[in-house]
Design a protein around this ligand. Structure first.
Ligand SMILES: NC(=O)C1=CN([C@@H]2O[C@H](COP(=O)(O)OP(=O)(O)OC[C@H]3O[C@@H](n4cnc5c(N)ncnc54)[C@H](OP(=O)(O)O)[C@@H]3O)[C@@H](O)[C@H]2O)C=CC1
Ligand SMILES: O=C1CO[C@H](CO)[C@@H](O)[C@@H]1O
Length: 379
């Protein structure tokens, strides 16, 4: 018999809930039992729009409900810390929007609280859960991606898990030792007046909102924090609308970060090794009408196009995406993320095994630490 679904309660009724509530409702093993707003009529409107049984006035009330096992915190960043601690005290598991908080100190307190309360915590950084991200990890570990076809290797269970020897044997050429990571995430004027992204007291600014993704990619690729950081920001009305940073790591790897609210859409990264570079132009989320894609550029100028195994079906060429394919990525990164959290919720943490969430907690904490360091370095 399949286990009972995990019942999610949603805190907040903003923009992201329009997408994520549907993702929760369509993930096997999850249901949404309640949604809370500061305001009763907005809670009712949101519950009716999403087909959720309970409309709750006030976040505290939602936390005290018996029909809620886990909460999805979809509030402005300045409220993530407070409501994560409250959810921990209520014994609810947590899916918390990015950026996890305003500082690494807050993130540390949130993770400690979750561990003490024995509840599972995951930040809603969905790209980390796309199968393509596991390919990146495999290429970086083995430094030898397989050319011109999708990797047949099974997806590893966890973000930084070691790859099997069998998988690395089938790979074709070397990326080589890591030298430089470059990540750029931006959008042009995406926000309306009054948006929390333009309000410092709510955790606004491009560095927290979009730098979260770019810093996350740099930390993901290097597995480390830099020793030196230089940064500059373009400010408008007290808000960083564009930030650029350069950094250097202990092993001489370097990285650059760019993020902004005033620049054309970019969700790009380049992970450069001594022998070849991984390039991806949609790492935070595949383009709406296209399969996930990435490339490896060799020193000779040869370019290998990759697409993850689940994207291959229906493509007309041998694994590249150069064919005129017009459909979204088949790997649904948000559902993968929710499924992972559900798996953890069903895991007995008292068992004497390594906690799979630890790698994701480390990634979140170090990403926020990197953002703190960049913010402090802004001249
Ligand atoms: N993972 C992703 O792809 C995305 C993540 N995000 C993240 O999700 C979070 C929420 O973003 P988004 O949905 O766009 O934000 P919105 O501003 O649209 O919504 C935030 C919600 O929080 C509640 N809220 C509580 N207190 C306040 C306050 N003082 N000011 C404003 N709202 C308040 C409101 O709900 P109510 O009044 O009903 O209680 C509001 O609807 C952010 O951390 C953001 O970075 C956002 C977009 C995409
Ligand atoms: O995380 C996010 C994804 O992209 C948005 C831009 O449309 C961001 O602002 C948002 O916070």
């Amino acid at each position: 018999m399949s286990p009972l679904p995990i019942r999610f309660g949603v805190l907040g009724t903003g923009r992201i809930t329009r997408r994520l509530v549907a993702d929760l409702q369509s993930t096997p093993g999850a249901t949404v039992s309640a949604i809370a707003s500061r305001c009763a009529h907005r809670a009712r409107w949101a519950a009716d729009s999403h087909g959720i049984a309970a409309a709750v006035e006030g976040y505290e009330r939602l936390l005290s409900r018996d029909d809620v096992d886990a909460v999805y915190i979809a509030l402005p960043p300045s409220l993530h810390h407070e409501w994560t601690l409250a959810a921990c005290a209520a014994g609810k598991h947590i899916l918390c929007e990015k950026p996890v908080a305003l500082s690494a100190r807050e993130v540390s307190e949130m993770l400690d609280a979750a561990n003490r309360a024995d509840v599972r915590f995951l930040d809603a950084t969905a790209w980390l859960h796309h199968e393509r991200t596991f390919q990146f990890r495999q290429w970086l570990r083995t430094a030898t991606p397989q050319p011109d076809t999708a990797l047949a290797a099974a997806k590893p269970d966890e973000l930084f898990a070691d790859e099997s020897a069998a998988a690395s044997e089938s790979l074709g050429f070397r990326v080589g030792p890591l030298r430089h990571v470059s990540a750029a995430v931006s959008f042009l004027n995406p926000f309306q007046n009054g948006d929390h992204r333009l309000d410092r007291s709510l955790g606004g600014g491009a560095l927290l909102d979009l730098g979260w993704y770019a810093a996350g990619m740099i930390r993901f690729a290097t597995g480390d924090l830099p020793k030196r950081v230089y940064a500059t920001a373009v400010m408008r009305d007290g808000i960083d609308v564009r930030v650029s940073a350069t950094m250097r790591f202990a092993d001489e790897t370097t990285a650059t970060l760019s993020c902004g609210f005033d620049t054309s859409t970019r969700k790009w990264c380049e992970i450069a090794g001594a022998e070849a570079s991984i390039v991806c132009d949609d790492f935070t989320r595949p383009w709406a009408d296209k399969p996930a894609r990435s490339w490896v550029h060799e020193a000779s100028g040869k370019v290998h196009t990759f697409t993850p195994p689940s994207e291959l079906d229906g493509l007309t060429n041998s694994g590249g995406i150069t064919a005129p394919v017009s459909r979204p990525s088949r790997c649904h990164q948000e559902r993968e993320m929710i499924s992972r959290l559900i798996g953890w919720i069903r895991t007995d943490a008292s068992a004497d095994v390594e906690k799979p969430w630890q790698q994701f907690h480390d990634q979140a904490l170090q990403t926020q630490t990197l953002l703190d360091t960049i913010a402090a370095a802004i001249e």
